[in-house]
Ligand binder design. Structure first.
Ligand SMILES: Nc1ncnc2c1ncn2[C@@H]1O[C@H](COP(=O)(O)OP(=O)(O)OP(=O)(O)O)[C@@H](O)[C@H]1O
Ligand SMILES: [Mg+2]
Length: 449
């Protein structure tokens, strides 16, 4: 029970901690370096101020107040002369104190206490311990000096002591050094971390670009050993995938080509057969040839096109014109910044296949594109018969056609959707089929930008 509650609260803390800490590797590593440093410095500064500074100031104040009490005692012991030359010489030569003997007046009222002064507190306590006479103390008035007035029976002694004799004045220097060196440390950390993290960022960018089917420009393994290993592994993987795609394409092209040769022979031989007997056979061969042509086009249609900035609004408008030319009523719209980095011909083929399907099965077609910070989304709607929900994955299979029974002649090869999905996936995206508000099928292409 307790354990469960403990675990829950730890989980809560972990979630909170995850939420408030920065997400990037760079700020995180900076935080890892800076936080302990700040804590260490704060503790050091506190301990130093609290202990060392106070102790030193108290000792120094004690020394100064001893000197002052010596002067006071000496004043009592020495015979009174007019100028008190002996006392003043002794004090200034041996104690670095500037003493003046003033006529007996009342001491000035105590000045305002400085808000944060260890010196004032320590000094007045130390003097109070050693002197029986009333005294007045000013540690603020003059910057370099401390003024003390002591009321004697027949005079007032005014004593100036150098301020830095009374407290640890150079401790700011210590703090300055501390802050200064930490700033240097921070600068070094920022600089070095930047360099360590850039290769990781480059790797992430390269992997992302490759996932979207874009060119990975001048990327090479750099940085720490582990990062370099990951980069090398990524390049290996990329090369393997590219080789595989190339192999697939050449194999498809080879097979299709060989079969086309045989088919041509087939047709030649059929031509020699008597009319009527070979009608059905001829139709089958024609269909087979159509499929092969489509296949060949598919295999050929995957050359190394480079991704480039493309005006999507224009591309969609082109497709709309094509659809109108094919006899459909078509509308097109695009929202958002139209320039997107894609393989224009491929994407046009992808969306074009969807539009062709819509034109083939319906009268009205609506092509709508939107683009936001993350995705380019193009939907193709129609008012045709649509595709039943359970068939919507199936139709993506190559050579699968639903309309064999519906209308034999209008049917294509059944490759359109597979090609379209292939292209969308090569861009790091996908195609989804759903119900259209227009009554028919809605095909949605979503591609990360
Ligand atoms: N908009 C649509 N409305 C109704 N059915 C559709 C629609 N789009 C596709 N289909 C069905 O999905 C099947 C597969 O489509 P696909 O585009 O892959 O092949 P195809 O259009 O028959 O041939 P191709 O595109 O190669 O000329 C089609 O045969 C058709 O039955
Ligand atoms: Mg099609």
């Amino acid at each position: 029970m307790v354990l469960v509650r403990l675990r829950d609260s730890t989980n809560g803390f972990a979630a909170w901690f995850n939420r408030v800490t920065p997400k990037g590797l760079y700020p995180r590593s900076l935080l890892i370096i800076v936080t302990p440093m700040v804590i260490l410095q704060s503790v050091l500064a506190f301990v130093f101020m609290e202990r060392h500074y106070n102790v030193v100031t108290r000792r120094l104040s004690a020394a100064v107040s001893q000197d002052i009490s010596a002067v006071v005692s000496l004043y009592d012991l020495l015979p009174r002369t007019n100028d008190h030359i002996a006392l003043r010489t002794f004090a200034s030569r041996n104690l670095s104190l500037n003493v003046a003997v003033l006529p007996p007046t009342d001491l000035p009222p105590p000045g305002p206490k400085p808000f944060f002064s260890v010196l004032d507190a320590a000094l007045s306590r130390e003097i109070g311990l050693r002197l029986k006479q009333p005294f007045w103390l000013d540690t603020v008035g003059r910057s370099m000096l401390i003024e003390v007035r002591v009321k004697m029976d027949d005079a007032v002694l005014r004593i100036f002591a150098p301020r830095n004799a009374a407290y640890a004045s150079n401790s700011h220097i210590f703090l300055l050094w501390m802050v200064g060196t930490s700033l240097v440390l921070l600068a070094v950390a920022i600089l070095f971390l930047r360099n360590q993290i850039r290769p990781i960022e480059n790797l992430a960018d390269a992997a992302e670009a490759f996932g979207k089917g874009r060119d990975v420009e001048n990327f090479r393994p750099r940085g720490a050993r582990e990062v370099r290993r990951a980069a090398i592994a990524f390049l290996e993987m990329k090369r393997r995938i590219e080789r595989q795609i190339e192999q697939r394409t050449t194999m498809l092209a080879g097979v299709s080509h060989d079969m086309r040769t045989i088919l041509t022979r087939f047709k030649l031989e059929l031509a020699f057969l008597p009319e009527g007997e070979s009608e059905a056979l001829k139709k089958d061969v024609d269909e087979l040839q159509g499929m092969l042509e489509a296949y060949l086009a598919f295999a050929r249609g995957d050359p190394g096109e480079q991704a480039a900035l493309t005006d999507m609004g224009e591309l969609i408008e082109d497709l709309r014109l094509n659809a109108e030319r094919d006899g459909a009523t078509a509308t097109a719209s695009f929202m958002g910044p139209p320039l997107v980095e894609v393989k224009a011909d491929q994407l046009k083929r992808c969306i074009g296949n969807l539009v062709n399907n819509a034109v083939r099965h319906a009268r009205c077609v609506a092509i709508a594109g939107t683009r936001d910070a993350r995705y380019l989304i193009v939907t193709v709607d129609d008012d045709g018969p649509g595709i039943p929900e359970e068939k919507r994955e199936e139709v993506f299979r190559p050579f699968l056609r639903l309309d064999d029974a519906r209308n034999q002649d209008a049917g294509g090869s059944g490759l359109g959707l597979s090609i379209a999905r292939d292209i969308a996936r090569a861009h790091g995206g996908d195609i989804q089929l759903s119900d259209s508000p227009m009554g028919g099928l809605r095909a949605t292409v979503r591609i990360p930008v």
